[in-house]
Design a protein around this ligand. Structure first.
Ligand code: AMP
Ligand code: MG
Length: 345
């Protein structure tokens, strides 16, 4: 049985009680899904190996795909890692708490079950106030991958967690929608800093802080170091096709394809931007938001993929969002979700 608990803005006595209850579940070896600024996480005490195994079981996650360890303050970093570079200190100062994960050599007390049996550990200090209060109340760093079934779109609301993990986890803490909506930026800090996963904190922002360029793992690299690359990722049930071209050509192409598909409008979806959403015919359209505000596109992406599934769409066309740096992070997810099914016009 999964317990569903709500954060009520402004009702601090209630929230304290709920957070203490969830912290108790984590201390007792249980699993709690909770909101962070990126996506919902599925949390367990990082030092409890049985609880870590339950995370893998609940998500159907391959056991070599490591977890991210969440801390509420930089003080907790010492127990997680065995070395800290000057560059890592700079990035911590600039971006923590926030949506940046860094990979460090792991501390001896971090179980290999949390790191996919690697000698390195991923650590993040989240900015979301509920996540921070929960980790603090649990009194331990909390291992938390995204709270979805492995391979499904990441959860950006408590309803998404319920769709995937009802009955598989002890509690779901509903703190509303996630403000960022895509997973954290991941940088490997064990050698020369290397971007493993783009996110809300972009490559150039990181480079501005470090005052030098950093390398990026090629998106096609099939190694454990390229997060998400080895397994089907973010995939909706519908066939997803990305259409990359000018606004005019994209609208024309998608409308033609929808008309010729032989599928009814209720089986066809389009993920569009505000600028063009009204121009699509013969399909159900979800607008990601305005291209002038790529943050809104990031925020709506995973929820939209899930909504098309709930609608029973058989095929979804998506506009491409390569035009901004944050758009590139969105496309990193969309490309994987589509299985690299991209039409270039
Ligand atoms: P999730 O929290 O579901 O986004 O998954 C965490 C991601 O972080 C996974 O895709 C991992 O590949 C990546 N990750 C975690 N720990 C490490 C590590 N030690 N080295 C490289 N990547 C890591
Ligand atoms: Mg994930």
């Amino acid at each position: 049985m999964t317990e569903y608990l709500n954060i009520i803005p402004g009702d601090e006595p209630h929230n304290d009680k709920v957070l203490a209850h969830c912290a108790g579940i984590i201390k007792g070896g249980g699993l709690v899904a909770f909101p962070t600024e990126t996506v919902y996480g599925l949390g367990a005490n990082v030092f409890d190996e049985k609880a870590l195994l339950r995370i893998y079981e609940a998500k159907g996650r391959p056991c070599d795909n490591p977890l991210i360890v969440h801390i509420a303050s930089v003080n907790e970093l010492a127990v997680c890692v065995s070395a800290l570079s000057e560059s890592a200190r700079l990035l911590m100062e600039a971006f923590w708490p926030g949506p940046l994960t860094m990979i460090f050599p792991k501390g001896p007390s971090i179980p290999l079950a949390a790191t996919g049996k690697r000698g390195t550990v991923a650590v993040r200090c989240p900015a979301h106030p509920i996540a921070r209060r929960l980790i603090q109340a649990a009194g331990t760093p909390v291992a938390a991958p995204s709270a979805n079934i492995s391979g499904r779109p990441s959860p950006t609301g408590a309803d998404h967690v319920k769709q995937d993990l009802d009955g598989r986890v002890d509690a779901v803490l509903d703190g509303g929608p996630c403000p960022v909506g895509i997973e954290s930026t991941i940088i490997d800090m064990t050698g020369e800093p290397r971007l493993l996963r783009p996110g809300f904190i972009t490559k150039s922002t990181v480079e501005n802080v470090l005052k030098h360029g950093i390398s990026q793992s090629p998106a096609t690299l099939d190694t454990p170091e390229a997060p998400g690359m080895r397994y089907a990722h973010y995939a909706p049930l519908a066939e997803l096709i990305i259409v990359d071209g000018s606004a005019g050509k994209t609208v024309e192409y998608i409308n033609n394809m929808c008309r010729e598909s032989g599928l009814g409008a209720e089986k066809l979806g389009v993920f569009a931007s505000d600028e063009t959403a009204d121009l699509y015919k013969n399909a159900r359209v979800i607008s990601a938001g305005s291209r002038a505000q790529p943050e809104t596109i990031a925020r709506s992406l995973f929820g939209a993929l899930r909504r098309f599934d709930l609608w029973g769409a058989a095929r979804v066309y998506s506009e491409a969002f390569y035009d901004t740096e944050l758009g590139l992070s969105v496309m990193n997810r969309l490309e994987k979700a589509s299985g690299y099914n991209i039409v270039k016009l």
